[in-house]
Design a protein around this ligand. Structure first.
Ligand SMILES: NC(=O)c1ccc[n+]([C@@H]2O[C@H](COP(=O)([O-])OP(=O)(O)OC[C@H]3O[C@@H](n4cnc5c(N)ncnc54)[C@H](OP(=O)(O)O)[C@@H]3O)[C@@H](O)[C@H]2O)c1
Length: 361
């Protein structure tokens, strides 16, 4: 029975936190991993003959506290885009999306290495694929699920219906009765003059969803200009728990706004460490450019005002490499390499408003 002094939000938080402290052995048991002689874990119940867990490194990602939510969050999380993008070679010269079985392997391996944050964006598959994977792994209650509502904050009653519908649809796709985080995000097409900045109805809708126990924490962000972020912190920073900002070695405008976010106690979720893969295209990642993805994430994690770096992954090798950023310090030589790279590889002025020193033309 719920203690009358405990709010629904705190009750949910306690439920989540009490489940978060399990040991690796409990994890393996719960997720259907057996342990064979020699302590090497095997994954049972999946079609894939290989064990996702035996492919992991045995190392764990570190945790940070997500601002005023108090959530302990893995400093590297999995994004949603890679479940939607067709970027896995299909063997016939084309590309396909990762299958559910591949997603299960990647997510199981990630969880085994400590990842507890899963993001999703607009495309339905971004929620349905990890939703199904977490169900198969019986892992929903052990991880933080974040949804993004593509939302223009117009300050009209219809804002409420938009948020209710979007959230209900995502709850079904994630196969869950609550999500931990709901982020209001504008789209790239709205950039740079995005947002209408009347959140009155949006906040009413979020409050109702919180009362119903359907969402725990709320946030906003994504494709705002640095100026709009600062304005948003001022206007809405007391209400929201989290902001989400693109940040990578090329797009460093976030550095200007992070202190203001932290002043409001906001958790900071960063996205796009590789500029959607653009910084890694046409690189010799198995040769002279080896370790580049790890270093690009390590660069983001060096900033202690950031709570988590969210990246897309398409293969189990990418999972292993990206997570190793949590225990690999960026050496001066490797920093120099990525700083040089920052000036290249991105077509035209894409995402230019996120660069340091960017000005309206
Ligand atoms: N509107 C919004 O709110 C919004 C917008 C953007 C992003 N996001 C969130 O932020 C997340 C991260 O952004 P993102 O996925 O666009 O960009 P990203 O993390 O910068 O790039 C992801 C891509 O980089 C490549 N990659 C990743 N690890 C690699 C490795 N070890 N080696 C080589 N290539 C690697 C993969 O592409 P290949 O497999 O093709 O190489 C992958 O799809 C998204 O998934 C999404 O959840 C939200």
């Amino acid at each position: 029975m719920m203690n009358k002094h405990v709010s629904p939000r705190d009750a949910l938080r306690q439920k989540h936190q009490s489940k978060a402290g399990s040991t690796r052995r409990q994890f393996l048991k719960r997720f259907g991993f057996g342990v064979v002689a020699g302590g090497i874990p095997i994954l049972s119940g999946l079609d894939d003959a290989h064990s996702a867990a035996s492919e992991t490194t045995g190392r764990k990602v570190k945790y940070r506290t997500l601002g005023k939510t108090g959530l302990r969050i893995s400093e590297i999380g999995f994004g949603g885009h890679s479940w939607a993008y067709k970027q896995v070679p299909d063997g016939q010269g084309g590309y396909r999306r990762p299958t559910i079985d591949e997603a299960v392997r990647m997510i199981a391996a990630g969880i085994d290495m400590g990842v507890n944050f899963f993001d999703s964006c607009t495309a339905l598959v971004e929620s349905s694929v990890p939703g199904e994977a977490l169900k198969r792994l019986k892992a929903r209650d052990r991880v933080i699920v974040s949804i993004r509502v593509s939302h223009k904050m117009k300050g009209i009653k219809a804002d409420k219906q938009e948020i209710y519908k979007w959230t209900e649809d995502r709850l079904k796709l994630w196969q869950t009765d609550y999500v931990d985080i709901c982020l209001l995000c504008n789209t790239e097409k709205d950039t740079p003059q995005s947002g209408y900045w009347d959140m009155s109805y949006s906040i009413e809708a979020l409050d109702k969803l919180k009362q119903q126990g359907k969402i725990r924490f709320t946030g906003f962000g994504c494709h705002f200009t640095p100026e709009l972020f600062l304005e948003a912190f001022e206007k809405f920073g007391d209400y929201f728990d989290i902001c989400s900002i693109p940040y990578n070695v090329r797009h460093r405008a976030a550095e200007k706004v992070l202190p203001a976010a932290k002043k409001k106690g906001l958790g900071v979720i960063t996205i796009k460490p590789f500029v959607r893969g653009a910084l890694l295209k046409n690189r010799d990642l198995k040769g002279t450019d080896a370790g580049l993805p790890r270093d690009l994430i390590a660069f983001v994690l060096e900033n202690k005002l950031i709570d988590i770096c969210t990246c897309g992954v398409h293969t189990i090798e990418q999972v292993r490499e990206n997570l190793s950023a949590s225990w690999t310090k960026l050496s001066p030589g490797r920093r120099e390499r990525i700083e040089k790279l920052a000036g290249t590889g991105i077509p035209g002025r894409e995402y230019a408003w996120l660069e340091q020193g960017w000005r309206y033309a």
